[in-house]
Each structure stands twice: as structure tokens, then as C-alpha cells.
Design a binder for this molecule. Sequence first.
Ligand code: FAD
Length: 524
Amino acid sequence: MERASMLRALAHERFDLIVIGGGASGLGVAVDAQTRGYRTLLLEQDDFAKGTSSRSTKLVHGGVRYLQQGNVALVLEALRERGLLCRNAPHLVHPLGFIVPRYRWWEGPFYGVGLKVYDVLAQSLNLAPSRVLDLAETVERIPNVQRDGLLGGVMYHDAQFDDARLAICLAQTAADHGATVLNYVRVTGLRKEDGLVRGVRAEDLETGTVYDVAANVVVNATGIFADAVRRMDEEGIEPVVAPSQGVHIVLDASFLARDTAIMVPKTDDGRVLFVIPWHDRALVGTTDVEMKSPDLEATARPDEIEFVLRNAARYMERDPRLGDILSVFAGQRPLVRMGGIQETKKISREHVVETSRTGLVSIMGGKWTTYRKMAEDTVDDAAQVGGLAERKCVTEELRLHGWMAADDPALPRTGPMRLYGADAARVERFLDEDQRRRVRLHPRLPYVVGHLVWAIRHEQARSVEDLLSRRTRSLILDARAAIEAAPRAAEVLRAELGRDAAFAGKQLDAFLEVAGGYLPPAAA
Ligand SMILES: Cc1cc2nc3c(=O)[nH]c(=O)nc-3n(C[C@H](O)[C@H](O)[C@H](O)COP(=O)(O)OP(=O)(O)OC[C@H]3O[C@@H](n4cnc5c(N)ncnc54)[C@H](O)[C@@H]3O)c2cc1C
């Protein structure tokens, strides 16, 4: 994934397919198209997964909530994709137990039966059977559960992952198969030939160089910005994307104390809320607030944080308070408004592939869990639109970059090294080559300096924010610690890219501005 050689390809090659957007949707399309043998280019205006795709609840799930809503088709598809993703990226995705605490007599049979249906829908790809737990086992598995009136729980399984790391893994997978994938290149316009979209105009935001790149077909995978690209194609077109914001707070692991998540089936506003163990922290969320316009660097509003704290406290013995929050992050769902539905929490999470009159293919909506199927549907349509030779999708069986069997003793069990999968041994050797690389980034973070150097050399990290927010997850795990580690990260970046002190200073300032939005209000 070396950026300079990727830029050379951008200048000289013609592509079969160009993807705009480097989140879950776009990266999935790039992997699918390139592995079918189409010459593929992906352009991301910021960093891979800078937007929604690094700000999810980090669940690969069928969606118990969608079952409550009666959307069986969506649940079936998502459960199937959950199974495939566990199989194709075991280093990044793993099963996780969830408990729905029971406080009323009817909740046992009610959730018990519902979750049995969930098991059945997963068929052979089910992770483990759901079951009703008694009081003692519930408390043993989630020691901080609210004990007042607790009768027991219902346990089921879904999967969890590291979203930004899966995004990098998809970029690497696409590149392994020969795709050109570039961050910090923004598409500013569409090229048309005989009235049909046949390429893009793009600017390298690091140098200002402008490129005109030709392709048979262009895919718009820009999430909450999809309408802006649709307008590049057709001015004044009716917008269809409704950004809906969700926030999470991050607490220390003692708020869960074990490796089982809590699922709250009904919050004040009728949604579900999760408390999830993640990288030795407890992650709590989320909300659903419709936004007027999309924001790449979404920030949490105080009332959203208050909502999460209040609803989590109803289910926790030791209530989380503002002062306990290590980090807050917000993301915006790219929901597609159809059929006159107004409330964002009621809009379906299904995806839509739209082909415009001029041949722009837009993939909109969906979720991380179903990124592979979304990509398959998109490339099926795009290949037709672009007149590409018909080739079958191969991603159901495609092992993603770094694949290792989940039970391989060489795969690290926990910690940051696990996320490298088959690369972990190489990364360990790399760290051993120079003892400075073994220096801890911060006492409260699980990373060392060498993880940053590796990310700059092998994972296209270009900024302090890339290093601390997405290659490592420092900013989410502990915003204050990330801020304290930032000067060191800026120096590592400066040295690796051969830049001067002014560059490091600018990088640091830019990071501190973004990081301020991750501090809880009391500490801001
Ligand atoms: C709070 C929250 C929780 C969620 N939890 C889950 C979950 O647990 N499980 C799950 O399966 N799903 C979850 N989702 C949904 C999932 O995160 C999203 O569906 C998915 O990340 C959307 O990916 P995307 O690629 O469509 O959009 P994005 O990730 O936003 O990617 C679009 C990219 O396009 C780029 N772009 C825009 N314009 C241009 C341009 N002109 N040129 C180049 N690039 C451009 C942007 O910079 C951006 O990086 C959650 C979403 C939210 C908000």
C-alpha cells in the first residue's frame, strides 16, 4: 500500500472501475471489483474510514432490533454475512456473548423465544445457541448489572470487530490483488463522454495536483455525502440520504468487568442500547438524531451524552458519570429515505444501488455487517453499466489480508498484535529491530512507537490523526492519553516522511483540534 507508487498508477492508467469513497461501502466495492479481475481505483478524500466507518458500535450483527421490527429479510442477510465475515477475517472479527437482563416475569419467554428465532435464522452459520440464564449466572457474567429486581437474563451471540482496522484490512486486500487505493485524493467532478460518466477529476490534497482519470464506470460510495456526488452528475437532483447521528461513550473496563456485553432492549426513545467490552474498555451507545447536513467530523451533543449515561445507568449497579468517560465519539448513518418515512430510527438499514441516467452507480445505506453483499450487488450493476466482461463475485470465500485460522496458536489471543493476523510475526520482528520501537506510546494505551512507524510504512497513514484515531485506536480508548501522546506521534511522522518541524507543528495542531471533540464535556 505504498502511496507514491499508487499515485503513479493514478497518473498513467485507465481503469475499468473507479470507486469514490474509502469507507466500508467503497472499500468493499474495490475488493469485489478487483478480485473479479476489473482494474480498480479507489479514491478517498480524507483517510480510509475517516467518516462513519470508524465510528460504529463495532458489531457484526444480524440486528435483534430489526427482528423486533419484523424485517426478517434484512436479519437473514445480515446473519449470513456475519458468518462469512467471521470465517474470512477471524483476526478482526470474533463472536461475543450478549445478555438481555430480565426484570419482569414475561421477559424470559418473550426475549427467549425471539432470540431462538434469531438462532434459527442464522442456520448453519449460528455462533452459539441462545439460552435463558438464572440470576446467579447473570450476575457472574455481568457483575455490574443493576441488581434491584433482577430475575436473570437471556443470553445470545453476535460478533464484534474493529471497524477502522477492518477498513485498512480491506484496503490492503484490494491492493494485494492489484487495485490502486489512495487516501487524501478528493473527487471534485465527473468526466463525461457522450453524456455518460466515464471517469473523474480528482485532486491530491497533499500536493494540489489535479488528475483526470478515465474509467468505464464510476461508483459513488460516499455515505452521507452521496447526494453531493449525485449532484455532480445531475444538478438539482432530489436528495435521498438522511444523516442520522449516533454517539458512544467509552468507559474503563470495570463497568463491565467480564467479556460479556449487555443489550438494553428498550431505551427512553424505544431503541436498543449496548454496553460492549472492546479493547479492554466498555463502549456504550448509541443514539439516533436526524441531522440537517452531513458532517465528516461529527461531534456529540451534550444531550446525547446525557441520554446514553441515563439509559446505561438504569441497567448498571455502579452508574457511569460524566467524570468516568474516557472518550466520546459520534458518527452519522447514511440512511436512505424512501416511501415518505420521516423518523430516522424507522428508516430501514437496507442498502440501495441506484444507476443514474448517465451511468453513475451509487451505493447508499446499509451497514458494516453487510458491506460484502452491498459490494456484490453494486459491482454486478456497475459491470453491466460499464460494459465489462461478466465475471462472478468471489468474495464469499475470499480470505482477507492477514487471515489466520481463529484457533491457530500463532494468532495472538488479545491486544493490538491480534489485529495484524498473519502479519503479526513480521510486525514483532520489525519492533525487535530497534529498541526505540518498543517504547510505550502512553502508560494508559496498549501501543508502542513501532506500531506508528509500521502504519506509516505499510498502512498509508499520513497524519497524526490517522495514527492515533484509526491505525491505533488511541483517541477512542482514552482521548486525554491520545492528546498526551500526540507530540511523540507528530515527531515520528515528521521523521518517517522526512518533513520539517513546521510540518510536525501543523500536524499536532490539527490533531488537537479534532481530539477536543472526543473529550467528555466536563473535561473539555
Ligand atoms: C453510531 C453508528 C453505529 C453503527 N453501528 C454499526 C454496527 O455496530 N454494525 C454495523 O454493521 N453497522 C453499524 N453502523 C453503520 C455503518 O457504520 C455504516 O453503514 C458504514 O460505516 C457506512 O459506510 P460508508 O462507506 O457508506 O460511508 P463512510 O464510512 O462515511 O464512507 C464514505 C467516504 O466517502 C468519502 N468521500 C465523500 N466525498 C468524497 C469525494 N468527493 N471524494 C473522495 N471521497 C469522498 C468520505 O470522506 C468518507 O470517508 C453504525 C453507524 C453509526 C453512525
